[in-house]
Design a protein around this ligand. Structure first.
Ligand SMILES: [Ca+2]
Ligand SMILES: [Ca+2]
Ligand SMILES: [Ca+2]
Length: 300
């Protein structure tokens, strides 16, 4: 698809089809070097704006980065502007704001695919003020707008108190624990295995095992550790389309533990498996011993 840049007075216009937006699916947006700089417009202050699409916070959304020289770019800034399939966009960068208008059919599936309570996709158009894009009250590298989506504290630079600022913490709601029970070890091992198997860096939620949030290693993207009640509340607020991983681990016969894993995207995509592990006392580790019984939810 083709996009066109137009200048109208001090405003700059950009028309784009969603398919023409460069994507940053696998990028780590906390590192500026990963930002694709293919779709750029320059504003009245000679600042360059690069527009790209990313599912980093769960949905296909428009992100921007800015630069004074087209070489050194800011981190990606979250706009909250949805990339609606089948629609075309007009984006205007003016003195204080970025206006996005989208044009196209408003099929129910397109509305449903984007669940941010702050944006009504049945209305064509959205304005985001530049000061909102930059706004970072606690100076932790994560904008207030992104903190609203991640449920981190916009007034605390380190929500989970583990020494890593929210903007540089891939697991910002869970500090590492000093020691883990066997059940927690198994839960963590299964979850980390599945996190690495995910194809892109999109946001993932992990439902907490028991009453302690566990910190998970993931080489890309953000993981939120939430209690079961908070998972439900999150789906209500930000919606359908964000994967939720759960793994229950329970003692079985002898030194065996049973793990039940589930991958769920509201409203109806789910799959999972059950398997058995043996605790090896000498090696102090868990070894998979059981067959894997997997299942998938039938679409309605
Ligand atoms: Ca912040
Ligand atoms: Ca914060
Ligand atoms: Ca932290």
């Amino acid at each position: 698809m083709v996009f066109v840049c137009l200048m109208t007075g001090s405003d700059l216009l950009l028309w784009a089809q969603p398919t023409s937006l460069p994507r940053a699916d696998t990028a780590d947006l906390s590192r500026p070097a990963e930002i694709p700089a293919a779709l750029i417009i320059r504003d009245a202050h000679s600042i360059y704006w690069s527009f790209f699409a990313a599912r980093y916070l769960g949905f296909d959304e428009v992100w921007v980065a800015y630069s004074h020289d087209r070489v050194n770019w800011s981190r990606g800034l979250y706009t909250g502007i949805p990339v609606l399939p089948g629609n075309s966009f007009r984006v205007r960068v003016s003195e204080a704001a970025i206006d996005a208008d989208w044009f196209g059919p408003m099929h129910p599936p397109a509305e449903r695919r984007y669940y941010r309570s702050s944006i009504d996709t049945t209305i064509w158009g959205y304005t985001i003020y530049k000061h909102v894009l930059y706004g970072d009250a606690d100076a932790d590298g994560l904008s207030d707008l992104a903190e609203d989506i991640l449920w981190t504290d916009p007034d605390d630079p380190d929500t989970d108190g583990d020494g890593l600022a929210d903007g540089y913490d891939n697991n910002p709601l869970a500090a590492p624990l000093d020691s883990l029970s066997r059940e927690e070890m198994l839960h963590k091992a299964v979850i980390e295995n599945e996190l690495e198997a995910l194809p892109d860096a999109r946001l993932v939620i992990v439902e907490q095992l028991g009453d302690r949030p566990i910190s998970y290693h993931r080489s890309k993207g953000i993981v939120l550790s939430l209690s079961p009640q908070a998972c439900d509340a999150y789906v209500e607020a930000h919606g359908y389309g964000v994967p939720i991983l759960t793994c229950n681990a329970a003692a079985a016969a002898g030194d065996r533990l049973k793990a039940s894993f589930q991958f769920f995207i509201a409203p109806d995509d789910a799959w999972g498996y059950e398997t058995t592990f043996q605790w090896e006392e000498e090696e102090k580790e868990l070894r998979s011993v059981g067959p894997i019984d997997s299942w998938r939810a039938e679409p309605e």
